[in-house]
Design a protein around this ligand. Structure first.
Ligand SMILES: Nc1ncnc2c1ncn2[C@@H]1O[C@H](COP(=O)(O)OP(=O)(O)OP(=O)(O)O)[C@@H](O)[C@H]1O
Ligand SMILES: [Mg+2]
Length: 433
């Protein structure tokens, strides 16, 4: 075993064989998850339930290292897929158990059979005695690794962030732009809000989506030093990957391809629901505002981003289904036992369409979280991708730019951001605003 800079990390002998074995099994697990149409975490949940027959969401959450809120979202999806059902105790609302449905049993049975077949085929070259010795050695090594890794589990300080106490962090406001739904304007909102905030505050936009749309719009190279794994493990400090933008006081922590594995990386980390918040502590002295651009869906990434949030912003498109996504966000936030304010607003509103008009007007009345702000559906916003700039930077006097300005004003009030302008840095803001 050796390691020096510029050369690959390699193992040899038994460690190499063990690592190869684990990685082959992991690849197989991913393949099975993909085929069953579930995420890696969902498959782990299914395995656990299959093994215990019946489990409470709380116990499942402990096993998965997640909050019950996240487990509720996972179990809801598995229920919708017909793999799980919830068993309520008639006399006690809190006694809720998750169990496999007959269809869930079929799927798990199939997975186990497939796993068996795969291993028998793979060990066909071994005779019975060899197989027995291999089984015994494997069992004993696995037990020993479990014991030793449990003993070795100690939180490692994050580079640059470990020693820091929290006052700066408390001052820095984290604004999480999130929806369970895709394509509703999260990235557009994150970029425009970050730009508005940067008029008076030092802002970091953290792109959490492997597609890197926010990174692209702000014209920043999608490159994370050492990949997101290094960032989460603390090997690389966040500051090392932060990039300046063309705008004064607005920086980006970009996303690259490695963010595809962020959910798995978080899943494997200790305190897996608090990792992003911990990483943010390390840059808290440099920024007044952080905007998190989340990928859609209810992942561990989202759960981290919601935990770190001082306010959650939910863009809604004018359709009856939008309220469902708002309900989902509200329940995920509520179940993580935080009373983080949620602000929703309408976007992509085409007032020529009767349905849009009706939805835009009724949603504000129907729900306290929905602000009386709506961003119109307009080509000006679509042009952000081509202009690679926030809308107000190239079309300041448009309704869309004004709407984002209003939205920022509402957000700033919600997070009590009364801090005055900070020292100017680097470039000056373009005059075009
Ligand atoms: N007000 C608007 N008018 C017209 N087009 C818009 C508006 N807001 C967003 N769009 C367009 O809609 C598409 C989706 O927007 P955006 O990428 O911001 O959504 P998202 O929620 O971040 O998507 P994803 O879930 O894929 O991350 C983009 O092409 C964007 O340019
Ligand atoms: Mg997006």
């Amino acid at each position: 075993m050796y390691h020096s800079e510029g050369t690959p990390h390699t193992l040899s002998g038994f460690p190499a064989a063990a690592s190869e074995f684990v990685s082959a099994l992991d690849g197989n697990r991913r393949r099975i998850a993909e085929r069953a149409g579930v995420s890696g975490t969902e498959l782990r949940a299914l395995f656990r339930i299959a093994r215990l027959v019946s489990i409470t969401p709380k116990d499942l959450a402990t096993y998965l290292g997640m909050t019950t809120g996240a487990v509720t979202a996972i179990s809801r999806r598995l229920v919708d897929m017909g793999l799980l059902h919830r068993i309520d105790h008639p006399g006690d609302r809190r006694s809720l158990y998750l169990e496999l449905t007959p269809h869930g049993h079929d799927i798990m049975g199939e997975i186990h059979r497939e796993f068996n077949d795969m291993l028998s085929a793979s060990t066909a070259a071994l005779d019975a005695a060899q197989l027995e010795a291999f089984t015994a050695a494997l069992t004993s090594v696995a037990a020993e690794v479990r014991v030793r890794s449990a003993q070795a589990l100690r939180p490692r300080p994050l580079a640059g962030g470990g020693a820091m106490t929290t006052p700066y962090y408390r001052r820095m406001k984290v604004i999480t732009v999130y929806s369970t739904k895709g394509g509703v304007g999260k990235t557009t909102t994150a970029v425009n809000l970050a730009w508005e905030a940067s008029r008076n505050s030092r802002v970091l936009l953290w792109d959490l989506d492997p597609q890197g749309a926010a990174t692209f719009v702000l014209n920043v190279k999608p490159k994370v030093k050492g990949g997101v794994n290094s960032l989460v493990s603390g090997k690389t400090g966040a500051a090392a990957s932060v990039k300046a933008t063309a705008y004064e006081r607005l920086d980006v922590l970009p996303a690259d391809e490695s963010y595809r594995d962020l959910d798995l990386v978080l899943d494997a980390a200790k305190k897996s629901t608090h990792r992003l918040a911990r990483i943010l502590e390390s840059v808290a002295k440099d920024y007044d505002v952080v905007v998190l651009d989340c990928p859609p869906g209810s992942s561990l990434v989202a759960e981290n981003a919601l935990r770190a949030a001082d306010v959650v912003i939910v863009p809604l498109v004018p359709s009856p289904l939008s309220l469902r996504s708002l309900d989902q966000v509200v329940s995920i936030v509520t179940e993580s036992a935080k009373s983080t304010p949620i602000l929703a607003f309408l976007t992509m509103v085409d007032r020529r369409k009767t349905g849009h008009r009706a939805a835009a007007d009724s949603m504000h009345d129907a729900r306290p979280e929905v602000l009386a702000i709506s961003v119109p559906a307009t080509v000006v916003v679509e042009r952000m991708g081509a202009a690679r700039a926030p809308v107000a930077a190239f079309a300041p006097n448009t309704i869309a730019a004004r709407a984002y300005e209003d939205l920022w004003a509402a957000v700033a009030v919600a997070v009590h951001l009364t801090k005055p302008a900070t020292k100017p840095t680097k470039k000056s803001h373009p005059k075009s605003r």
